[in-house]
Ligand binder design. Structure first.
Ligand code: FES
Length: 366
C-alpha cells in the first residue's frame, strides 16, 4: 500500500481531489467517512460532467471542502477561506486531522507535506472507499488524457531546443523532422545595364574616325586597288569572237530572190540568192555600213538595205545608191563543201570597186 501511495502522481492527486470535491459539493459538506462511499458512488450517476476539471475548479472544490472541514472542526462557524493560503491552511488542517487518528504525528507545514498528506488521504480514500474507488479513478484517467504530462519532453531538452533552434527530438539525437524550406531572401534587382550595342557602335565609330585609323585605312584601300591593277595587267587581253568559218546549210535552204537574215545576229552576214551580171548565184554580204560602220537593216518591202545612222541605202546586190556610203557592201568568202553544205569564211573579204566580186570564191553559182 505504501508503494502504491508513493507512485501516485500529482495528476492522480488532483483527480482524487476533484473527485472528492465533487463528492463534497453533492453531499452538502459532510465529512464523515461512512457517507463518502454512498456520495461518491452517487456522484458519477448524478452528473459526471459536473465534476471540476480545471485547477480553478479544483481550488473551488478544495475551498468548499476546507470550509466543510472547518465547519466540522469549528462548530462555532467562521468565515470561509478565500485565498490560496487559506486553502492551503485548510488543507493542512484537514491533512493534520486525517493523520492524527492514523499515526498521531505532527501536522505537515510545508506544501510538500500538504501534497504528501493529500496523497495519503487519496490513498485512504482508495482503500476505504470500496465502491467509490472506481468512481474516483475514472476522472483520473480522464485527466491523463487532458494533460499528457508523460508525452511532453523534459524541460532540459525543451530549453536546449529553444536555445539551439532545433526540435526536442534533434536535441535527443533522434531522426530530424523534415523542415519546410524557407524562401530565400529576395536579392536586390540588378541595376539597369547600359546598352552594349550603343557603346560598341560609338567605340567603333571613334576608332574609324581617328586620324591614325583613317591613314591606315587609306593605305589599305590604295594597296588593294594597286594589287588588283597588277593582277589585271598580268592577265592577257582575250577578245572572244565567233569563228570566221561556219556552215549555213545546203543551197536549197535559200530561195531565189530572197535575203536570209538569220545569220546576221550571230555571224554578221546576210545570205542572198539573186542574179548579178546575168548569173544566178548565192553570196554572203557583210552587215557593216561602208560609211562609218553601222549595221543596216534589210527592208523586204523596199528590196533594199537601209542604214539607220545616216540613211545610206544599198540594193539587194549590195551596190550603194543613197546616203553617204562611198562604196558597195563587202562580200565574204563562200564555198560549197564536199558534204553539200555552204560554208562562209569571213576572214576573206571581196570589194566590188576593186573588181573582186568576179572572184569565184565570192559566190556559189546555182
Ligand atoms: Fe551608215 Fe553612215 S554609217 S550611213
Amino acid at each position: 500500500m505504501a508503494d502504491e501511495k508513493k507512485k501516485l502522481s500529482t495528476a492522480d492527486i488532483l483527480a482524487q481531489a476533484r473527485a472528492q470535491a465533487a463528492g463534497g459539493d453533492d453531499g452538502g459538506a459532510e465529512s464523515s467517512q461512512e457517507d463518502q462511499p454512498q456520495e461518491s458512488a452517487a456522484a458519477p450517476e448524478s452528473s459526471p460532467s459536473e465534476a471540476p476539471k480545471s485547477t480553478s475548479d479544483i481550488l473551488a472544490a478544495a475551498r468548499a471542502q476546507a470550509k466543510g472541514g472547518e465547519e466540522s472542526a469549528k462548530p462555532s462557524g467562521g468565515d470561509a477561506p478565500k485565498g490560496t493560503s487559506d486553502i492551503l491552511a485548510a488543507a493542512r488542517a484537514q491533512a493534520a486531522g486525517g493523520d492524527k487518528p492514523a499515526g498521531g504525528g505532527a501536522a505537515p507545514k510545508s506544501t510538500s507535506d500538504i501534497l504528501a498528506a493529500a496523497r495519503a488521504q487519496a490513498g485512504k480514500g482508495g482503500d476505504s472507499g470500496g465502491a467509490s474507488a472506481p468512481a474516483a479513478k475514472k476522472p483520473a484517467a480522464k485527466a491523463k488524457k487532458e494533460v499528457p504530462v508523460g508525452d511532453l519532453p523534459p524541460v532540459k531538452d525543451m530549453v536546449e531546443a529553444m536555445k539551439s533552434g532545433k526540435t526536442t527530438e534533434e536535441v535527443k539525437g533522434g531522426p530530424a523532422k523534415p523542415r519546410i524550406p524557407t524562401k530565400p531572401p529576395k536579392s536586390p534587382k540588378p541595376a539597369a545595364k547600359a546598352p552594349e550595342g550603343g557603346s560598341r557602335r560609338n567605340a567603333l565609330l571613334a576608332f574609324l574616325l581617328a586620324p591614325f585609323a583613317m591613314a591606315w585605312t587609306f593605305v589599305g584601300v590604295v594597296g588593294g586597288l594597286g594589287t588588283l591593277y597588277v593582277a589585271r595587267f598580268m592577265m592577257p587581253n582575250v577578245l572572244v569572237e565567233p569563228p570566221s568559218k561556219f556552215k549555213i546549210g545546203p543551197p536549197t535552204d535559200y530561195g531565189f530572190g530572197t535575203v536570209a537574215t538569220k545569220w546576221k545576229a550571230q555571224y554578221g552576214v546576210w545570205v542572198v540568192n539573186t542574179e548579178y551580171n546575168g548569173r544566178k548565184m548565192i553570196y554572203a554580204l557583210i552587215s557593216v555600213c561602208t560609211h562609218l560602220g553601222c549595221t543596216p537593216n534589210w527592208l523586204g518591202g523596199e528590196q533594199k538595205f537601209k542604214c539607220p545612222c545616216h540613211g545610206s541605202g544599198f540594193y539587194i546586190t549590195g551596190i550603194n545608191f543613197e546616203g553617204p556610203a562611198p562604196r558597195p557592201l563587202e562580200r565574204a568568202g563562200i564555198a560549197l563543201g564536199s558534204d553539200g553544205m555552204l560554208e562562209v569564211d569571213k576572214s576573206v573579204k571581196f570589194q566590188e570597186e576593186l573588181g573582186q566580186w568576179n572572184d569565184p570564191a565570192s559566190f556559189v553559182e546555182v
